[in-house]
Design a protein around this ligand. Structure first.
Ligand code: FMN
Length: 193
């Protein structure tokens, strides 16, 4: 039997912590992947403000492994034991900038840096608007290093989706970018008629 592939999910302090919960729900339903969750200090705060206690408990229950953001000695901090795919969702400007400029003093940033140096897939669902030149420069920098910037934008073309459906669709798109087989859950655009 082959070992499961390792999916890193970071819940950072941008608004939209529900996205991380949706990603973990989807990942949990896909065989052959195990999830490695990091919740940043900012992410703890936004999750407390945006999710109810049941949703927060579900996040930790769904994760196969939970790492502390201060634990720079965790397995996934090393290129020799890197994740196979990683998403920061939602991704704050602070986390984006730290990755763009190699400030690897937190596990979430170090693990992302490892993904880039090992040429493995990394998606940042950067959530901020409007954007100034510094934000755009950091996004450009990460893109040039091989990362994918995928802001969580709603699929308006799918009609009047609930927040629940909309965030599930966004999370599915991000996992699909990382190579997870989420085709069945993702609602794709079909022309009418
Ligand atoms: C309720 C709330 C919403 C926030 N929303 C955003 C956001 O959408 N984007 C962002 O970049 N920062 C946002 N922040 C600020 C980040 O949480 C803050 O910059 C934090 O230091 C990010 O740290 P982290 O990247 O380690 O999670 C928000 C903060 C709070 C309390």
């Amino acid at each position: 039997m082959t070992a499961p592939r390792k999916l890193g999910i970071v819940l950072s302090g941008a608004s939209g912590s529900l996205l991380a919960l949706q990603a973990l729900r989807l990942a949990h339903s896909i065989a052959d992947w195990e999830s490695h969750l990091i919740i940043t200090e900012g992410g703890q705060r936004t999750a407390e403000l945006e999710l109810n206690s049941q949703q927060r408990a579900e996040i930790t229950a769904l994760a196969d492994h939970i790492h502390q953001d201060r634990d720079l000695a965790a397995t996934i901090a090393s290129g020799s034991n890197a994740l196979d795919a990683m998403a920061i969702l939602p991704c704050s400007i602070r986390s984006l900038s730290a990755i763009a400029y190699g400030q690897t003093d937190r596990l979430s940033i170090r693990a992302a840096d490892v993904m880039l140096k090992e040429r493995k897939p990394l998606v940042l669902a950067v959530r901020e608007s409007p954007l100034h030149a510094g934000h755009l420069n950091a996004m450009s920098q990460v893109t040039q290093m091989g990362g994918i910037i995928a802001p969580p934008v709603p699929a308006f073309y799918l009609g009047n989706l609930s927040i629940e459906d909309m965030t599930r669709q966004m999370a599915a798109r991000i996992l699909q970018l990382l190579g997870l087989d989420v085709k069945d859950q993702r609602q794709a655009w079909e022309p009418p008629g």
